[in-house]
Structure formats: structure tokens, C-alpha cells
Design a binder for this molecule. Structure first.
Ligand SMILES: CC(=O)N[C@H]1[C@@H](OP(=O)(O)OP(=O)(O)OC[C@H]2O[C@@H](n3ccc(=O)[nH]c3=O)[C@H](O)[C@@H]2O)O[C@H](CO)[C@@H](O)[C@@H]1O[C@H](C)C(=O)N[C@@H](C)C(=O)N[C@H](CCC(=O)O)C(=O)O
Ligand SMILES: Nc1ncnc2c1ncn2[C@@H]1O[C@H](COP(=O)(O)OP(=O)(O)OP(=O)(O)O)[C@@H](O)[C@H]1O
Ligand SMILES: N[C@H](CCC[C@H](N)C(=O)O)C(=O)O
Ligand SMILES: [Mg+2]
Length: 484
């Protein structure tokens, strides 16, 4: 239970009608979960306007309404707080309600188009192995120390974030590593958090359904770094063309990492095999168990963050060499018939190109590369032909298939992917809508020595079709088909 007046700190209010000397048992932005003594925040969403549910929230017992537009008829027993931006108000209310847990541990946010889950998870693993109690908020899972919770979003809503952070503080976590998605920044889910550090990975084509222009997407990402204060560190990718831009006007202690360009933390890939790479980080040579120059770049970011959080270089290098790849990220096995199957979460043109380049680098003989890939429904459509072009250009055979069609017609998505295939590559293409059949076909086509890449779903254990999530896991299936 909290006093309303105590949770209003840093909330920029336009007007308050009613008493602030009242007790609040819960806060929510969903009228369907309102109970007595609940504070309800009305949010204009992408589907509906939460302001339309104010009366319903009051009927269910809400005692405080936070909104951008006041209702015409006011209820005498309810306190109304009018704010400029409901999402931002919610972020501060949630932080205050849970006693500002982000100030009680070292919180590091990772943002960028690709690599967030990889970096946040590697940092979680590194600090856990080094003996600390650590928290993780990621696309794949939430971890509170060693306890595992399912993740619903890459960056949860601000109430969930603060609830998790408070649990982390209660169980003695000293660090939390979290992914900061562009939706999360735009919807102010992270606006009230006290970050000790921020990391930028890269910026490429994604989410242009939501952000409309690439410049808007870029500016949203930058606003995360604008939020960092002087005591924080901000580490950017010197090899990304937007790396420098991200830290313009940033007040934090700025650092950069890079494999190509001059950077504070410099690295190089000296040798690669499917089992790992020999890397140079600053002046040290180490063997790591991840592959691909994009992962070398991720490891430099991990190194930079770990050093800035106070670990010794010796300890960091020792831990880096023991880190394994993250679930669904270049997860591979070699079958009894010597077919290599790789499952990867590449769901953007840039990620797909990187993974295919990495496979190219480790191909030793004239093996055939068969790629199975699709694109999600109700998401950025403009990446579909780009992914079609890349997959067909860089593979010997490609099978286009469904990846979470959601509410779209899978055949329409597939035709948009096929539209990107250049004339000389058309003969390489098969289209099989059913993803299980597509994977099975790839397994039948593959001969000893060949490589199968199944891209787009990584760790996901479902296929989402018209609002229903059916159990589906690429890795499980390919293992089953290659054994059979
Ligand atoms: C497009 C988007 O980001 N939507 C998110 C957003 O929902 P919204 O505000 O648009 O919701 P809405 O349905 O229009 O409803 C508006 C308001 O009315 C309220 N309402 C609605 C109905 C009702 O009966 N009563 C009621 O009070 C809702 O609770 C809400 O507050 O805010 C919700 C609460 O935080 C999120 O759950 C929801 O995520 C949806 C499920 C989603 O799919 N989000 C994806 C796109 C997303 O956020 N992805 C990023 C990762 C992307 C990446 O990096 O690749 C992520 O961080 O996960
Ligand atoms: N630094 C990187 N640069 C480019 N591609 C990368 C990088 N790191 C990982 N990838 C590719 O992107 C895929 C997704 O990686 P990861 O899950 O770490 O990204 P993410 O940013 O968390 O994605 P999401 O936005 O879905 O949460 C990987 O499977 C790999 O193919
Ligand atoms: N976080 C990403 C995941 C995409 C994964 C892909 N399998 C899909 O469903 O499009 C998104 O919501 O855009
Ligand atoms: Mg992620």
C-alpha cells in the first residue's frame, strides 16, 4: 500500500482534482485488472484509447484516474490527475510505487536493432559466473538470480519492469541487464529508470511499420542515450554509421568499441571455425565459443560494460572464453550423416546477411547451403523483399516459409518475400507455407556435409496464427527430421 501523494514524485501533472491523501493498493493501465483502491492510467494505444475505459475502471473500484484528457462528468469520490503524457506518468508512478528499485542496483540497458538479447544474456551469464546475484530482462526470458520467468516482451511495460526490479533487489541482485527496444523507448517504458550504463549495438532496417521513417526510429534509439546522466557510462559501436550519432549530447562517460574503425575498445577476429573464434581484444588473444564478426562485436560491448562495472580485465577475459551462444542464436548441431543444422533468430535483413556471411566464412568445402526463412505477419512489410533477395543470393537453395503469420494471409507474405528474388536466383527458390514441411524438405534435400540454416524464429516455441500460439520449435523439429 502507498500514499498517492508519495508516488507523484517527478510526475509532471497539469491538474489534480480530488484528494492526494489516499491509499493506493495497485496501479494498472488495463481496466480489466482494476480492483478497489487501484490507480488506473488511461493510455491512448495503437488499437484503442484507454480513456474510453475510465468509467469501467471506476465501476470496478478505481480510486484514482491518471489521464491526458479529463472526462466531462467527474465522480466526487475519485481523484483525477491530468498529465501531459500518460505513458511517461505511468513510468514514474510505477517506479515510485515500487520504491525506485532501479536506484538500488546497477542497471545496464542494451539497445540497437540486433544483438540486444545476445549482449544482455552474455552479461548476465558473465556476472553470474563471476559469483554475483544478477537479474536479466530479455526477449527470451526474465531471470531473477537463478529463477526463470517467461518473457512476454523484449522490454516489458513499466509496471512489470519495476516489479521485476523490486524482486531483484529483494533477492540481493547487484546488477540487472535489460534489453531496451525502440517500442519500449517510444512508449516511455524505461523513462523513469536510473541506468548505470547504456550500450548501443547497431541500427538497420526494422519496425518501419511502427516508427514510419528510419530517421524517427534512429531518433527514438538516441533518446535512450540522452536520458543517461553523468555518472553512467555509454558504450557505442564505432563500426556502425549511427554509432557516433547515438552519443551526441549524451552526458554519460562515452566509450566506443570496434573491429574496423578506431575505438577505445578494439578487437579483431584472427581465426574462425564453427566451434568458435580466436579474437584479439585490446592486446589480449582469447579463444571464444561464439562465431561471426557480429558476435565478436557483441563480445567487445560485453567486455566494455564488464570493465566499466568494475571487474578486472583478467577476470573478464577468463569469463568471456567460457561463454556459450545464447539459445536460438547460431544454435547448431551436426547430425550422424554429417549435416550441420543451424537455428538462428535472424529476422531482419542485416541479421540474415550477417549470419549467411558467417556461414560463408566457415564453409571449408563445396557444401550446399540450404536456407529456410520467412517473415512475421503484422510487422514491417518492407523488410520482406530485402530478406528474400539476401537469402536467395547467398544460399544454394532457399525455402521460403511462414514465420508467425499472425493475422495476415501467409501466401501474401510469401509473395512479398519472393518479389525480392532476382531473376538469376529464381531457380533456387521453393515456397512451402507449412514451416514443419519446409524444414522436413530441407532435411531431405541435404546431403552429407551440407549446411541447413533455419532463420527467423530462434528460441521461439510457438507459431502464431490468427491470435493462437501453436507449439512450434525449429531446433526440436530439425533434430527430429535429421535423426529420422
Ligand atoms: C504496438 C505495441 O507496442 N503495443 C503495446 C502497447 O499496447 P497499446 O497501448 O497499443 O494497447 P491498446 O490495445 O491500443 O490499448 C490501449 C490501452 O487501453 C487499455 N485497455 C484496453 C482494453 C480494455 O478493455 N481496457 C483497457 O484499459 C490497454 O490496457 C492499454 O493501456 O502497450 C501494451 C502494454 O505495455 C503492450 O503489451 C503492447 O504490446 C503489444 C502486445 C506488442 O505486440 N508489442 C510489440 C510490437 C513490442 O512491444 N515489441 C517490442 C520488441 C520489438 C523488437 O525489438 O524487435 C518489445 O519490447 O517487446
Ligand atoms: N551485433 C549484431 N549485428 C548484427 N546482427 C546480429 C548481431 N548480434 C546478433 N545478430 C543477429 O541478429 C539475431 C538476433 O539477435 P538478438 O536476439 O541478440 O537481437 P535482439 O536485438 O535482441 O533482437 P530483438 O529485437 O528481436 O529483441 C541473431 O540471431 C543474429 O542473427
Ligand atoms: N521482436 C521481434 C521479433 C520478430 C521475430 C519473428 N519471428 C516474427 O515473429 O516476426 C518483433 O516483434 O518484431
Ligand atoms: Mg531481443
Amino acid at each position: 500500500m502507498r500514499k498517492l501523494e508519495n508516488i507523484l514524485a517527478n510526475v509532471s501533472t497539469k491538474s489534480i482534482i480530488g484528494s492526494v491523501d489516499i491509499a493506493i493498493d495497485a496501479i494498472t493501465f488495463d481496466s480489466r485488472s482494476v480492483k478497489s483502491s487501484t490507480l488506473f492510467v488511461a493510455i491512448k494505444g495503437t488499437e484503442v484509447d484507454g480513456h474510453n475505459y475510465i468509467q469501467k475502471a471506476i465501476d470496478l473500484g478505481a480510486s484514482v484516474i491518471v489521464c491526458e484528457i479529463l472526462p466531462i462528468d467527474l465522480n466526487q469520490e475519485v481523484t483525477y490527475i491530468q498529465v501531459e503524457n500518460s505513458n511517461e506518468a505511468l513510468a514514474f508512478l510505477a517506479s515510485n510505487f515500487y520504491d525506485n528499485p532501479s536506484t538500488k542496483l546497477k542497471l545496464v540497458g542494451v539497445t540497437g536493432t540486433n544483438g540486444k538479447t545476445t549482449i544482455a544474456t552474455l552479461l548476465y551469464n558473465l556476472f553470474s559466473q563471476a559469483g554475483f546475484q544478477v537479474g536479466l530482462l530479455s526477449t527470451v526470458k526474465v531471470m531473477i538470480g537463478q529463477e526463470n520467468f517467461p518473457a512476454t516482451h523484449t522490454t516489458p511495460d513499466s509496471i512489470s519492469i519495476n516489479k521485476y526490479l523490486a524482486q531483484m533487489v529483494d533477492t540481493g541482485c547487484q546488477y540487472c541487464f535489460m534489453e531496451v527496444s525502440s517500442h519500449g523507448i517510444a512508449q516511455k517504458r524505461t523513462a523513469a529508470l536510473d541506468f548505470n550504463g547504456g550500450l548501443f549495438t547497431n541500427l538497420s532496417h526494422d519496425h518501419l511499420d511502427y516508427h514510419k521513417t528510419f530517421a524517427e526510429y534512429r531518433d527514438v534509439k538516441k533518446s535512450f542515450f540522452d536520458q543517461l546522466d553523468k555518472k553512467a557510462f555509454a558504450i557505442t559501436n564505432a563500426d556502425d554509421k549511427n554509432g557516433e550519432f547515438m552519443l551526441q549530447n549524451c552526458k554519460a562517460n562515452k566509450l566506443s568499441y570496434g573491429l574496423k574503425n578506431v575505438a577505445d575498445i578494439h578487437g579483431q577476429v584472427l581465426e574462425s571455425q564453427i566451434s568458435g573464434m580466436l579474437m584479439r581484444i585490446q592486446n589480449n588473444e582469447i579463444w571464444v565459443q561464439l562465431i561471426g564478426s557480429f558476435n565478436a562485436s557483441n563480445l567487445l560491448a560485453v567486455y566494455g560494460a564488464a570493465i566499466n562495472l568494475g571487474l578486472s580485465e583478467e577476470e573478464v577475459l577468463l569469463q568471456l572464453s567460457t561463454l556459450k551462444s545464447v539459445s536460438g542464436r547460431f544454435q547448431y548441431f551436426v547430425s550422424d550423416d554429417k549435416i550441420t543444422a543451424i537455428v538462428d533468430y535472424a529476422h531482419t535483413p542485416d541479421a540474415l546477411e550477417n549470419v549467411l556471411k558467417t556461414i560463408e566464412e566457415i564453409r571449408t568445402r563445396n557444401e550446399q547451403l540450404i536456407t529456410v526463412v520467412g517473415c512475421g505477419g503484422n510487422r514491417d512489410k518492407t523488410k520482406r523483399p530485402e530478406m528474400g533477395q539476401i537469402a536467395s543470393e547467398m544460399s544454394n537453395q532457399v525455402i521460403f516459409t511462414s514465420d508467425n503469420p499472425r493475422n495476415e494471409d501467409p501466401m501474401v507474405i510469401l509473395s512479398e518475400i519472393e518479389a525480392g528474388v532476382e531473376a538469376q536466383n529464381v531457380r533456387k527458390v521453393l515456397t512451402i507455407e507449412d514451416r514443419a514441411q519446409a524444414i522436413k524438405t530441407a532435411c531431405k534435400l541435404a546431403k552429407s556435409g551440407d549446411i541447413i540454416l533455419i532463420a527467423g524464429k530462434g528460441h521461439e516455441d510457438y507459431q502464431e496464427i490468427k491470435g493462437v500460439k501453436y507449439h512450434f520449435n525449429d531446433y526440436e523439429l530439425v533434430q527430429e527430421f535429421l535423426k529420422a
